[in-house]
Design a protein around this ligand. Structure first.
Ligand SMILES: Nc1ncnc2c1ncn2[C@@H]1O[C@H](COP(=O)(O)OP(=O)(O)OP(=O)(O)O)[C@@H](O)[C@H]1O
Length: 886
């Protein structure tokens, strides 16, 4: 295992009232070369002019893409190949329009003023920086600026830099080039090497940057410019008064961190910090583990890394696709906007419950059962269960054949023949379903000998006078006759029934359903388990699948061999996806038609929706080639992804790791998580243990140590719980203080529900009732935003009902709408989420609820961005009273 460069920041906490620290003093640092204005309206006006120009270009690019799409949609007929080509073109233009729509908000967010003739020096321990504004060659980036360009592959060489780009470089969500002027970069994609100094430059290592500006916009309007001057002397003097050196774009960062949450995660492209940037841009190959405490930006980093990899290694990844695995559907919907806002739509987002195509595992089950199913002993158990289905009858099987009068008879398969056929077949070591033809051959052969004996034996073989056969040659049938008999036996329904009984073709679903439903089958397959463990597996035949069943289904396919029926399902899935896609293309085109058409549709103007009728749509459905890698991968269990990113990776069971590793034979993976937050019993507390079977010690570790979410006051309380989990685990340092202490409230257990409602009403109404420093921040809305109520598993139903009674718009449990003002969840359901204000109900109940209850409480306490209230029925639990770990 290699540790990536030291990512820790020293003493970098900000409080709201210090947010102006580090802003530039324009008078002191003007180098005379850069057009310098007083910070204020002049700055804003100047940036507005530039930003408006960029939007003009964006609109032109969109208009062009729309015209191309309209043209492609208008084409009809042609050969199969031409139609297929046309559909790929339609897909490309549709995606392009969607991308350009997505980057409209916050198109340009940064500016670098560079020292004259200074190359951006390469930061220590990082990939080389270059002045190139695009990832490959001198053409505009194919992914962002133009769909038809050559796709880049691998880190890019430098491109020549013009005087203009040396002096001032604008950074944004996509690259835009001056098509009328030598393709000079007007806006540099944040992922391009040329944008890197925006994230990495510091006063101590300015990388050629003299000034960095964060441009804040609302819609297309510039509303603020936050400047930083990267001047060592100025920074040194400021640092003497600062406790938070090392952060970039402090003012913009603080505004983002303090902003009221919406229930959807935002991208952090404007304020990525140096330690995060190094992870985002780490090499594609190998396994990278990102370990970090709560709120350190692991999820944000993982998603931006996906966008970066797709940009930099597009050729490799667009054909194999990128899979992002998150803990549950609520979490996926929480993060669902991030990649589209970065103009990346081709990533497949999945929960562990959805990794087996065609199965959506939603049934909850006891934690102990899930833990047992997550153990690797299940591989042996499944293999046993399959062997158990390869039967040998206790007595001879009678098969009444139906093959014409010649040899219509009852054949007999005795146990010894069946056992021998089974043994010979097993010895070849093929998966069960794929071995069936071999078993069939063995049995058919045995039966054909029986038939031959009955109809082909020479009655006079022993009679030297009875015929012209040589003495002892009893068989009158020739090989061709025997082959005919075998063919007829194969076609005989009675023989087929016998074969199905002896060696049934099984789907993984059948295998597991039959196994779980039979105590006898479980006993045979699981001699290594205790009675109590075997009882955990037993369940009703009609019960739905659980998350822990998914890796077992997948493992079962490996042991059984692929079943043809999966291919049929796949074909149907593809057909439906194509239909949905074609409709989507029309919708997008309709949605992004020129604004002036919205008001008054001109009947003279022909739009693509007029040209593409239902018949054509139907024809388009026949085509298969234009599915993206992500869409094809979603329906294909055997798909090998180009890269896999796993969030909350500490929660995966050993069996789930086996499944994921099968999906990524190249082992190009980013695993983000926190071993202090592991809640599932089958999750891990050691990355080395998880990875050893797959990559030995050949993996890299990057650590994130700064908490961007949870204020210092709340982390001090959470630190007590962490020290109780493991005093050796480091507590991430909060980047900011709010001056609001968490409230720990003892309540009468009999009044718990009432007190929950009272607190929810108070928080939802915005009357926090707490001491506040009186500071008001631009991004902060006192009492506004989202409230999370986190309760012990067993209390969810009752407490949620009480809360919904009082606050009808409250959302509850699995798949809750996170945009609701109030959301009631168990801690497990709140994994990875955050709220402006959190009410943790019954911490002792949360701790007692599971063997990993202390980790659950740690997770619960670290969800707020602003305020925390803890309601404790009875006494305060000791775990919250313990001294803060050193
Ligand atoms: N560089 C940054 N700029 C702005 N916001 C950031 C930055 N880094 C992290 N954040 C914000 O901090 C919050 C926590 O980030 P994130 O959810 O990615 O953390 P995490 O490490 O995955 O947390 P957990 O393990 O607790 O789920 C999010 O609101 C995220 O947007």
């Amino acid at each position: 295992m290699n540790r990536m460069g030291d990512n820790r920041m020293d003493d970098n906490r900000m409080s709201d009232n210090r947010r102006d620290h580090g802003r530039r003093d324009h008078g002191r640092t003007d180098d005379g070369r850069i057009d310098d204005h007083a910070h204020g309206t002049d700055d804003i006006d100047r940036e507005q002019t530039y930003v408006s120009m960029l939007y003009g270009r964006l609109d032109a690019m969109r208009g062009h893409a729309r015209d191309l799409l309209t043209g492609a949609l208008a084409q009809t007929g042609g050969t199969q190949q031409e139609r297929s080509q046309r559909d790929s073109t339609i897909r490309m233009h549709t995606d392009r329009i969607a991308q350009l729509d997505a980057v409209d908000s916050g198109l340009c967010f940064g500016r670098l003023d560079l020292a004259p003739s200074t190359d951006s020096a390469q930061p220590e321990g990082s990939a080389p920086l270059s002045d190139s504004a695009q990832p490959e060659g001198s053409a505009p980036p194919s992914d962002s600026a133009q769909p038809e360009g050559a796709a880049p592959s691998g880190p890019a060489p430098s491109a020549p830099v013009t005087e203009a780009t040396k002096e001032r470089r604008y950074i944004g969500r996509i690259g835009i080039f001056d098509e009328d002027g030598d393709y000079e970069p007007l806006l540099v994609d944040w992922r391009a090497p040329a944008a890197r100094p925006f994230y990495l430059a510091t006063a101590a290592a300015p990388l050629g940057v003299q000034r960095r500006a964060h441009i804040r916009t609302a819609g297309r309007k510039v509303v603020g410019v936050d400047d930083e001057v990267l001047d060592l002397a100025l920074a040194a003097s400021a640092d003497r008064h600062s406790r938070y050196a090392g952060l970039t774009g402090e003012a913009t960062l603080l505004a983002a961190l303090n902003a009221t949450r919406t229930g959807r995660m935002r991208d952090i492209v404007e304020t990525i910090q140096g330690e995060q940037d190094r992870i985002i841009r780490a090499d594609l190959g190998g396994v990278l583990v990102v370990q970090g405490g709560p709120g350190t930006g692991k999820t944000a980093v993982a998603l931006h890394r996906a966008a970066y990899l797709l940009y930099t290694y597009r050729r490799e990844l667009s054909s194999r696709g990128v899979l992002v695995v998150g803990p549950n559907t609520t979490f996926l919907s929480y993060i669902s906007q991030v990649l589209p806002s970065l103009a990346e739509t081709g990533v497949l987002l999945r929960t562990p419950a959805d990794l087996y195509p065609g199965v959506s595992a939603r049934r909850p089950e006891p934690a102990e059962a899930a833990e047992l199913k997550g153990r690797t002993v299940m591989v042996e158990l499944l293999a046993n269960a399959i062997r158990d289905r390869q039967r040998v009858p206790d007595e001879a099987l009678e098969i009444v054949t139906d093959r014409g009068s010649l040899w219509q008879d009852t054949l007999r398969l005795d146990p010894a023949t069946c056992a021998e056929a089974r043994e010979r077949t097993r010895r070849l070591g093929r998966p069960h379903n794929l071995a069936r033809p071999i078993f069939d051959t063995e049995i058919i052969h045995a039966l054909s000998l029986q038939v031959a004996e009955r109809i082909g034996t020479d009655p006079y073989a022993d009679d030297p006078l009875g015929g012209d056969d040589a003495p002892g040659d009893e068989q009158l049938l020739e090989e061709a006759d025997l082959a005919e008999i075998r063919r007829e036996l194969r076609a005989d329904p009675a023989v087929a029934t016998a074969l199905d009984w002896l060696w049934p073709i099984l789907t993984p679903q059948q295998l597991l359903t039959d196994l779980y439903a039979s105590a006898d089958r479980i006993a045979t397959a699981a001699p290594m388990l205790t009675d109590a463990q075997r009882a955990l597996l037993h369940r009703d035949r009609s019960a739905d699948w659980t998350v822990a069943d998914v890796p077992l289904l997948d493992e079962a396919v490996e042991l059984l061999g692929e079943d043809d029926r999966d291919a049929t399902t796949l074909a149907e899935l593809r057909r439906r996806q194509q239909a949905a896609y074609a409709e989507g293309a029309l919708e997008i085109l309709h949605g992004s038609r020129p604004i002036d058409l919205e008001d008054e549709i001109d009947p003279e103007i022909l739009t693509a929706t007029d040209l593409l009728d239902a018949g054509l749509l139907g024809e388009r459905h026949e085509e298969r080639e234009y599915l993206t890698a992500a869409e094809r991968a979603a329906a294909d269990r055997t798909w090998a992804f180009g890269h896999i990113i796993v969030d909350e990776a500490q929660e995966l069971s050993p069996m789930a790791w086996r499944l994921l590793m099968r999906r990524c034979p190249s082992r190009s993976m980013t695993l983000v998580g926190d071993v202090a937050q592991t809640g599932d019993l089958s999750g891990t507390t050691s990355w080395a243990r998880v990875l050893e079977p797959y990559v030995g010690d050949r993996w890299r570790l990057a650590e994130l140590a700064v908490n961007y979410r949870t204020p210092a006051e709340i982390m001090a309380l959470a630190g007590r719980v962490l020290a109780n989990i493991d005093p050796a685990l480091p507590l991430p340092r909060s980047v900011r203080e709010t001056g609001i202490a968490p409230e720990l409230i003892r309540v009468d257990p009999a009044e718990l529900a009432d007190r929950v409602v009272e607190t929810v009403r108070r928080e939802a109404a915005g009357d926090s009732g707490k001491q506040d420093s009186g500071r008001q921040d631009s991004g902060r809305r006192e009492g506004g935003g989202r409230l999370g109520v986190l309760v012990p598993d067993g209390d969810l139903a009752e407490l949620a009902a009480t809360v919904v009674d009082a606050v009808p718009e409250a959302a509850v449990g699995d798949e809750a709408d996170l945009e609701s003002r109030v959301v009631v969840l168990t801690v497990r359901q709140a994994k990875g989420l955050e709220f402006d204000s959190v009410v943790v109900v019954d911490p002792a109940g949360i701790v007692a609820g599971s063997e990993r209850g202390r980790s659950d409480l740690y997770v619960a306490l670290t969800r707020p961005t602003q305020r925390l209230t803890v309601l404790c029925p009875g006494d305060l639990p000791a775990i919250l009273e313990a001294p803060v770990a050193a």
